[in-house]
Design a protein around this ligand. Structure first.
Ligand SMILES: [Ca+2]
Length: 170
């Protein structure tokens, strides 16, 4: 056995001895399950979690934990947009940290709305889609940028309205 492994072995032995002296009356454990102690996330605290901690004994660093939040992982929003004759509207949706976005367009105009969708990344923007909308159009995109940029052009000679709704998933 190398000198380096000795402190871990000693610590491991102490942990095993401690476990041996925990009252057996509770059968499984002296306290309730705590997911923060379940190092390998297999739903039970056992010797594998103890071993994993023992290996890291003596190390130090930033205690902030990288976690996945369950629930609240989606964003839903709807908006009525008014666009004057011959005008346009830019809509920006922040998608940083999300996986997928679904965008719905609801508008009826004599001449359909002209819509251009782009991703904004730190280096600039790049177009991913271009279509006309008259009625309901639903688009689904995998997140490939920090924000989705939607350009809507009203080609009519009167003010038109379009309803935009979106749903972002983590
Ligand atoms: Ca475990």
């Amino acid at each position: 056995m190398g000198r380096k492994k000795l402190p871990i072995t000693v610590l491991f032995s102490v942990v095993l001895l401690t476990l041996a002296f925990i009252p057996i009356s509770t059968q499984q454990s002296a306290s309730d399950y705590d997911p923060w102690n379940d190092i390998n996330d297999d739903g039970k605290i056992d010797i594998k979690d103890v071993a994993s901690t023992a290996i890291k004994f003596g190390t130090s660093g930033d205690p902030a934990k990288n976690v996945t939040i369950v629930g609240y992982a989606t964003v839903t929003e709807t908006e009525w947009i008014t666009i004057p004759a011959g005008g346009f509207h830019y809509k920006y949706i922040d998608t940083q940290g999300y996986r997928q976005i679904s965008v719905g367009f609801d508008g009826t105009a004599t001449i359909p709305f002209n819509i251009i969708v782009s991703w904004h990344v730190s280096g600039g923007t790049y177009q991913i889609d271009s279509f006309t909308n008259n009625g309901r159009t639903l688009k689904v995109y995998e997140v490939q940028g920090q924000r989705l940029q939607i350009y809507i052009n009203n080609l009519n000679t009167v003010t038109e309205y379009i309803y935009v709704d979106y749903y972002i998933t983590a």
